[in-house]
Design a binder for this molecule. Structure first.
Ligand code: HEM
Length: 562
């Protein structure tokens, strides 16, 4: 025991030193952030009342308490702005210091300012390092993935995966996408027969998991047909754990050791599942190449393997080196999440809004009659045969864009710089050095200066001529963000959701059951615009309750094609 004493005392000393160093780093960071905010406050920059001790945490707490349970942080940031003095819509941008929850932000709510961010040569490309913490449980590898990387590393990985997203390759995936949607249609038909109430996202999420499994690593995950696949299940559990303590102020929840362990363990399992899928596909890929077979489309993984094996001095029989396998694992974990989560939410919100707007579904059906003809059953085959037919659906596209305007699943963030001082329409200057610039898509999309009748569902906004009062302001619809770091998957999303609506909308009516499910609830919805399907955080922003609904056969009889 005596011989252990010096060892234990040395360990204690090391632990104490680490704790003191960490504490000092924390205090010095906090001091720096609070001082920066004080300086900006003295310069008269827009922000809520700032406390040297608590920053803007009290403003966040008050705003959170004025919202219904679990409302997404976009509502909190919007509410804080609306409570600031002056214009009742709040300032076009303001500073927000919620350290230690996050680093200081400049929250942008106006496209005029947001456009300056995405047009700036350096800032438009630069993500803040703190974003990695958000992604760590999802992609592993310290949260390093295409969303968070910078510089040469980002460029290299971006070029590795980008060819998957070229238009002809995406079109070539459509037969597989349609095949999964036909399984989904059969599931809906069964729900019609049973008449049961269900949550739409409990079906769109397995649908999207199966589609994304195919396009990432040519895998048949079978979520729709055989129950939850372990990979999908683990990702879903990870999101549940990550967002169990998603309240801006719930720092204690973030440090709960049990939760930290479960997230670590799930991350390990996610790596195992993704690695298995990669290794399975590498073997199949080699066989295909050895037989000189032509693939119908290159999956995201195939695309990366194609580049890997075409490097000089590399043979088709070589095993993947560890570094490349680690890179693939993290990026494919990210693609798996990014590929299903927000698209599944968008499909649900489309169905929700169509259930509330019979005039919109009538126009949608008329467009589908014109493009696909009167034989509803022929539509999926027509998409499979000729995927570019999806480019002839302007009203369907407008419905999707308007849905995404009102229910934006994501936002955008960039690292500020001393070279970028943003300017408001009124000439107010917003220095960005030392802060992350967060463009709130939620607030921009409801900004009444850019969107007449901002809370109304009006797909026509996206179809009118530039001189029409509904025509959107430049850069006001920025769901996929602009500039070099815009969404890699945007063309794929639009194709998938268009096919989804084209295959389903003439056959089914969606019945909104929010009133039935939440009949007894007594919560104040005033600050979420009386919207029962208000957004909550679960990876991307999702409609609360996953859209409880019933489906019925529409009985729609296609009209005469004009
Ligand atoms: C409705 C669905 C989706 C929405 C609303 C959406 C939105 C966004 C937004 C706003 C960004 C930029 C974030 C920022 O600027 O900080 C982004 C980036 C990205 N998205 Fe999407 N996304 C969707 C679906 C997808 C899909 C299906 C994929 C892939 C299969 C995908 C892959 C990516 C990637 C890889 C990035 C990072 C781009 C980079 O920085 O290089 N997204 N997405």
């Amino acid at each position: 025991m005596d011989s252990l004493r010096p060892f234990l005392s040395a360990c204690g000393g090391v632990l104490l030193t680490i704790t003191v160093v960490r504490l000092l780093a924390f205090v010095s960071k906090g001091w720096r952030y609070r001082s920066l905010m004080k300086k900006l406050e003295k310069m008269g920059k827009p922000m809520p009342e700032h406390s040297s001790l608590l920053g803007h945490l009290l403003a966040a707490k008050t705003a959170t308490e004025e919202l219904p349970p679990a409302a997404h942080s976009s509502y909190i940031l919007d509410r804080i702005a609306r409570k600031m003095e002056g214009n009742m819509n709040g300032p076009p941008a303001y500073y927000f210091d919620s350290f230690p929850v996050s680093t200081p932000l400049l929250v942008v709510r106006d496209p005029f300012i947001a456009n300056q961010v995405t047009n700036h040569p350096q800032v438009s490309a630069e993500k803040p390092t703190t974003l990695k913490d958000w992604f760590e449980p999802i992609s592993g590898r310290g949260g390093m993935n295409l969303f968070t990387q910078n510089g040469q590393e980002w460029k290299h990985d971006h070029n590795l995966f980008l060819p998957f997203f070229n238009n002809s390759n995406l079109d070539a995936t459509m037969p597989d996408v349609v095949e999964q949607m036909l399984i989904f249609r059969n599931i809906l038909r069964k729900r019609v027969q049973s008449g049961e109430l269900f949550r739409m996202e409990s079906l769109t999420q397995p649908l999207m998991n199966d589609i994304i499994g195919r396009v990432i690593f040519n895998a048949d995950l079978g979520n729709q047909t055989s129950g939850s696949h372990p990979l999908s299940d683990t990702m879903l559990r990870q999101l549940k754990l990550k967002f169990a303590a998603n309240n801006v102020l719930d720092n204690i929840g973030q440090f709960n050791p049990l939760r930290v362990f479960s997230i670590w363990n799930n991350s390990r399992l996610l790596n195992q599942h993704i690695r298995n899928q990669i290794l399975k596909r590498v073997d199949a890929f080699r066989d295909v190449k050895a037989r000189h077979e032509q693939l119908p489309f290159n999956s995201i993984l195939d695309q990366a393997l194609e580049s890997y094996y075409s490097e000089p001095d590399r043979k088709q029989s070589d095993l993947l080196d560890q570094g490349f396998l680690d890179l693939l694992c993290a990026q494919l974990r990210m693609f798996f999440f990014a590929g299903y989560d927000s698209t599944a939410a968008t499909m649900s919100t489309c169905c929700y809004l169509l259930s509330k707007h019979p005039e919109a579904i009538a126009k949608l059906r008329a467009e589908h009659d014109r493009v696909f003809g009167r034989n509803v059953a022929a539509c999926p085959g027509m998409i499979t045969e000729n995927p570019s037919i999806l480019n002839s659906l302007p009203y369907t596209q407008a419905v999707i864009k308007e849905t995404l305007r009102l229910f934006p699943p994501a936002s955008a963030i960039r690292m500020g710089s001393k070279d970028l001082v943003l300017k408001g329409r009124d000439g107010t200057e917003y220095p960005t050095e030392g802060v992350s610039v967060q463009t709130s898509h939620f607030s921009v999309h409801r900004n009444p200066e850019c969107w007449p009748r901002p809370l109304e569902f009006l797909p026509e906004r996206f179809l009118v001529a530039p001189d029409h009062e509904l025509y959107p302001a430049k850069g006001a619809w920025r769901i996929f963000e602009y500039g070099v770091r815009n969404c890699t998957g945007q063309a794929f999303v639009m194709k998938e959701v268009k096919a989804f609506l084209a295959i389903l909308c003439r056959e089914f009516d969606f019945r909104n059951c929010y009133d039935e499910v939440y009949a007894d609830e007594e919560i104040d919805l005033t600050n979420v615009d009386y919207e029962r399907a208000y957004l909550v955080e679960h990876g991307a922003a999702h409609p609360r309750g996953e859209f409880p609904c019933r489906v019925l056969l529409s009985g729609y009889v296609p009209g005469d094609v004009q």
